[in-house]
Design a protein around this ligand. Sequence first.
Ligand SMILES: Cc1cc2nc3c(=O)[nH]c(=O)nc-3n(C[C@H](O)[C@H](O)[C@H](O)COP(=O)(O)O)c2cc1C
Length: 320
Amino acid sequence: MKFCNIKVSSNFFLAPMAAVTSLPFRLMCKKQGAGLTITEQINATQIARNPDPFTNNEFFTIRTVPEEKPVGVQLFGTVEKDFVKAVEVIEKNFDLININCGCPAPRETSIGAGAALLKKPEKIASIIEAIASVTDKPVTAKIRLGWNKNDAVKIAKVIDRAEPDAIMVHGRTADQKYMGEADYDAIKAVKDVIGCEVVANGDVDSAQKAEELLHKTGCSFGMIGRAAMKNPFVFKEIQEHSKGKDWIPNDKERIEAFFDYYEYCKKFDMIKVSDLKSKAIQFTKGIDFTKGTRVRLIGAKSEQEIVKALEEFLKQTTAK
Ligand SMILES: Cc1cc2nc3c(=O)[nH]c(=O)nc-3n(C[C@H](O)[C@H](O)[C@H](O)COP(=O)(O)O)c2cc1C
């Protein structure tokens, strides 16, 4: 299957999430079947000011490895020449460039970036054109439906004139943040009027919801954010469901996913005990742990304690 001329293994992608979609997390989601991963948003101006961001630890969020492919990078900012410079420096490591036009955080909107760009779709169009002039990689934009009302069709039509390769649409306005339900009809209205690929996004947390998203929006591709944080298995669940099979991970698969994540964290020197502990608890939700294992997991204060508790549980269950 191809998306923007990139070979992808699935039509559901991992949405960019600041402070969540680290390299280990993206690799683990890829292993669970995410068709494409995208880095969290990265400041285009800061990259533009740095001669070699890949060797600078401050820019750990742009780290990627060949096994992650295909992978996109998401940039935020307002200054076209900074986007251009940033893309010239980092495009070699990525398969797709994405512009953040949806983040409602004041840190970004106060400087005219993120969702503030929705008030000036011509600006989004010129950023796309500027980036496309220096790269052959697909250039895409991730938008919300509008600033404080649904202007999605108007905004998408202006952006589409710049011939982006795709637009990712989160079916809420910036004002809504995460309130209410994502509006799939509004995403469909965009899909119906523009020429480029549309990736639908919002509220998918199961194979059934994924099916509903594609059915209601008419899109061929979808993106999952929050649900993947707690349930990265959702990608495989969707893939299996599309083959007519109902799948949920068994205890061993849940624990193995945690160990995949742990190994990636070790490999890239990105271990944080609090993060490991929350992943261990989230990924293993639904397992009927013995009381002892649960107490050890919740009380764990080091990575070794978390790992030991799960390893021993795994040994006990496989010995049965
Ligand atoms: C913690 C968090 C961080 C996010 N960071 C980004 C980001 O860096 N860039 C972006 O375009 N969207 C970001 N988003 C929005 C998601 O990509 C996605 O559009 C949104 O969560 C809706 O999809 P969902 O309902 O599947 O979660 C973030 C969302 C969350 C919850």
